[in-house]
Each structure stands twice: as C-alpha cells, then as structure tokens.
Ligand binder design. Structure first.
Ligand code: SAM
Ligand code: SF4
Length: 474
C-alpha cells in the first residue's frame, strides 16, 4: 500500500506510475502505462485518463516495457519538471526501436508550449494532448495508429469531466481526491497555470456530491476537494438557480456522513471567506487544516507577484483562522528569490513564517517561466547562489517550525483515521489527525483495520511524524 500524502506538489510522487487495476481479471489486447508529474490536479487527471482508456478497452500496466501506449502527464510549473520529462521521453523513444507499434504521448501542462518541438522537431512523441482534451484520446490514438501526428491542445471554458468517474489506481482505499474545478483566473505573475490549464470553471455540484457518496459507499473515509483556488468555486444548478459557493459545497459534502472526513486544497489568502471558516468550525468532519500559500512575506514582492494581498492582510487571515479554530493546522508554499527580492524582503518572509507558525511548507526557488507576466515584465535578477541560500534559510526555519509544532502536540490526544501499515513496520499503523499530521502507533492487541478511527495520544515526535499510543476507539 502506498502512503499518499495530501500534498500540493509531492516530491516523493513525481514520476509515479499507475498500478494495474487492483482486481482486474480482464485480459486486454493493448495496455497503457502512465507516469505523472506535478501537482495533485495532474495525478487526479491521470485517473480520468485511465478511466477513458479503460472504457476503450485498454488495460493498465505498471511495466512500461509491456505497454503499447506510454503517456507522461507533464508539469511546467518549474523548469526542472520540464527537464525531467524531456529526459524520460528520450528514454522511451529508444523503446520504439524494438517495438515500432509503440505509441508515446505527452499529456498535461507541457502539451501546449512544447507541441511543435516534441512532435515535429525532435520527433519524441506521437500524441500530444492538453488538459482539456482527454475525451479526444480514443480518436487521437486511432490517428496515431494510422501514422498521423495526433494533437489536441485546445483549452475549454466548459470541460470539467464531471460525468467521468476516475479510476482510483494507486489508492489506499481510504482517502481520495475529488476535482471540483479546473483552470485558474488569478494570473499570479510567476505562474504558468492560467496559460497551461485555461480559465477557471467549476464542476457541477451534484456530480461532485455523487462522486463523494460513491466513494463513501466503497469504503473511503476521506475526500480532498481539489482546485487551484477552491474558494472561488461557484456553481449555479439549472434546476433551482440557487448558487453553490465553496462554503455550501463543503457543508453538503460534510453532511454525506459524519465519519467521512473532508479536506480541501488550495485556498488563496485573498479569497478564503469567514463563511468557509465558520462552516469548517461547525462540522467536526471538516478537517482543521488549511493550505494557505504565502509565496512571499514582503508586501512589495507580493504586489509584483500579483497576489492581491499584503503582508498585513495575510497576518490578519492567519489570526482569523485561529479565532475560528485555535487548533487549525496551516501550511504554505513559499518562493525564494523572486524578481528584485532584496535581503530585507527575504527577512520579511522569514518573519512571516515565524508569525504563522506553519506546520509544513512547500518551498521553491523562483524559476522563470516563458509567457508569464513576470517573464515579460521583470528581470530574473536574483543570482542563483543567492536564491539557493535564501531557500536553504527558509527550509531550515521551516524544519524548526515543524519540529516545534510537533513538540507542542506531545501529550495531546487526537482522533486518527488509520490509512494503513506504517512504512517502517507492519506492527504499527499509520494515520492522520484532523490537522493532516502523520501519526504512527503500535497496533497492539486491538482488532483494527484501515478506515477505522482511533484516539491516539502523542508520546514523542520526529520532525515529520508524531509517534503515539492508542488510548481508546473511535
Ligand atoms: N493554485 C495554488 C496557489 O495559488 O497556491 C498552487 C499553484 S502551483 C501548482 C503550486 C506552487 O508552485 C505555487 O504555490 C508556487 O509556490 C509554486 N510555483 C508556481 N510557479 C512557480 C515558479 N515560476 N517558480 C517557483 N515556484 C513556483
Ligand atoms: Fe498559479 Fe496563482 Fe492560479 Fe495558484 S492562484 S494556480 S499560483 S495563478
């Protein structure tokens, strides 16, 4: 079983391949292999792609050497992600010598920008498909089988894949991701997402609820609602015309069952409302955890990033969250060395991290992306060694903050949802508390199983994990 963290961009999962369908006794004529990079949205999209391909009679394989179709679901968020994918494509191209009918395709965020290069110039791939065109895959595969170059990178204003039920391939059977919206309208100056994934659109609320109910019926105990900016979710059902906001959607999902946990990612500090916080505080099964990316602690840099909040606004938001939920976990994304960032700006970031006492952060150094506002407007003028040193300082501070946060939990008792065996030992369970912290504890003589809730008292901690013991059930 894989221990899958609810992370925005989980380094340990980059390049992960899908497992074959868990109990799939069917024999297929052709098999596909899919490897995913980037954020959780991409991993979720791979599940949609798997569903479309399976409907078309393709089986899934985790061994690319036995595949007839190889797909890389790509990310362009930073230059490094692009380089990794290019290297991988070159490796796959070699396989074509021994298997000429093999088709290799690129999906996702790199599709639009690199289509001509991959297909025509470098002839690395046979198929290129953007994130809104996965329904066209069967037809594109047919075209590529016939020797044509198959490409569809059109972005859509409507596509949400609402009716496609994703195949949960690498799931632990307990926690699942549910996509509630696609695209982004925010135009943060450093970010390619609005260009690669298009305009923001919200998925039909009833289809989200149906997917969550179905997951619960299958034994899942936790759903994470996914979007680039979940707080701007907004859907108006044709039937009654009553708008569904994110706060209402959260409530409706929470009402499915009291023992179905609800999480969400990502919130934008400018958009998360009191309504959302009040709804979270009202329902025990909406987890006390908010991923609230800061990016920079300097108001001047935030302005250049086009984040639409100041340092003071962000601090007030953190205070507001803690007013509603004093025990709420908060995590962040931080970028070191954005254009023109001075030492004083960097100190502002460190200072704000201390103020927010983040439990965890994803930390990056700035990587200029072609076509973004920042690339067009600002010089990427912080030298790489300086970016890296600042990033190191940010990481070192976060390590201290995470360790402190874990130390504060020693002696406390948390309700933990068991996800599976711990990585280190089959004698221990691994689960999470509401604040999204991993807790490892001995199974003892209790007859428990993944999906059960237990009360666990924390006895000690490492930087990343709490260690404890069961004190009671449920
Ligand atoms: N929509 C989310 C948000 O607004 O926080 C996350 C979007 S992005 C997939 C995840 C993170 O990647 C961002 O929060 C940001 O910290 C980082 N990121 C995006 N573009 C970047 C760039 N050009 N260089 C470095 N980090 C970047
Ligand atoms: Fe990118 Fe900003 Fe949209 Fe997040 S909110 S996806 S960082 S543009």
């Amino acid at each position: 079983m894989l221990e899958i963290a609810q992370k925005v961009h989980d380094e340990t999962r980059q390049g992960e391949a899908f497992a074959p369908f868990a109990v799939d006794a069917n024999k297929y004529q052709r098999y596909f292999y899919i490897e995913s990079y980037g954020c959780q949205m991409n991993f979720s999209d791979s599940e949609i792609v798997a569903s479309i391909l399976n409907e078309e009679g393709f089986g899934a394989t985790r061994n690319y050497e036995e595949a007839d179709l190889i797909f890389l679901n790509t990310c362009s968020i930073r230059e490094k992600a692009e380089l990794t994918v290019r290297k991988r494509l070159t490796e796959f191209k070699k396989l074509k010598r021994s298997n000429p009918s093999l088709l290799v395709g690129v999906l996702g965020c790199m599709a639009e920008r690199l289509k001509a290069k991959f297909l025509e110039e470098e002839k690395l791939v046979d198929i290129v498909v953007g994130p809104d065109a996965y329904r066209a895959l069967p037809q594109l595969i047919e075209e590529a089988d016939g020797g044509q170059k198959a490409i569809n990178v059109l972005l859509s204003r409507e596509e949400t894949y609402a009716d496609i039920s994703p195949v949960r391939l690498n799931s632990n059977g307990i926690t699942a991701f549910v996509s509630i919206m696609r695209g982004c309208n925010n135009m943060c100056s450093f970010c390619v997402v609005p260009f690669t994934r298009g305009r923001e659109r919200s998925r039909n609320a009833e289809s989200i609820l149906a997917e969550c109910r179905d997951l619960y019926a299958q034994g899942y105990k936790e759903v994470t609602l996914l979007g680039q900016n979940v707080d701007s979710y907004y859907f108006v059902p044709e039937a009654d015309g009553k708008p569904v906001t994110f706060a209402l959607l959260l409530e409706l999902v929470a009402l499915i069952a009291p023992d179905l946990r609800v999480r969400f990612s990502t919130s934008h500090p400018k958009d998360i409302t009191d309504d959302v916080l009040a709804t979270m505080a009202r329902y025990e099964n909406i987890c006390r955890y908010i991923h609230l990316p800061l990016q920079s602690g300097s108001t001047r840099v935030l302005g250049m990033m086009n984040r639409n909040y100041s340092r003071e606004w962000y601090k007030a938001k953190v205070d507001r969250i803690r007013e509603y939920m004093p025990d709420c976990g908060i995590s962040s994304d931080i970028i070191a060395g954005f254009c023109t960032e001075t030492e004083a700006d960097h100190q502002d970031t460190l200072d704000l991290m201390r103020f927010a006492r983040y439990d965890m952060s994803y930390m990056f150094f700035y990587s200029e992306r072609p076509g973004t506002l920042a690339q067009r407007r600002y010089p990427d003028d912080v030298p790489e060694p300086v970016k890296k040193r600042r990033l190191q300082e940010i990481v070192a501070l976060q390590n201290e903050l995470s360790a402190e946060s874990n130390r504060r939990d020693i002696g406390k008792t948390f309700k933990v949802l068991i996800e599976g065996n711990s990585k280190r030992s089959d004698e221990d369970w691994m689960g999470r508390n509401s604040q999204n912290k991993v807790i490892v504890f001995p199974k003892g003589a209790h007859q428990l199983k993944p999906g059960d809730y237990v009360q666990v008292q924390v006895e000690s901690s490492t930087q990343a994990t709490l260690l404890g013991a069961i004190v009671s059930m449920g």
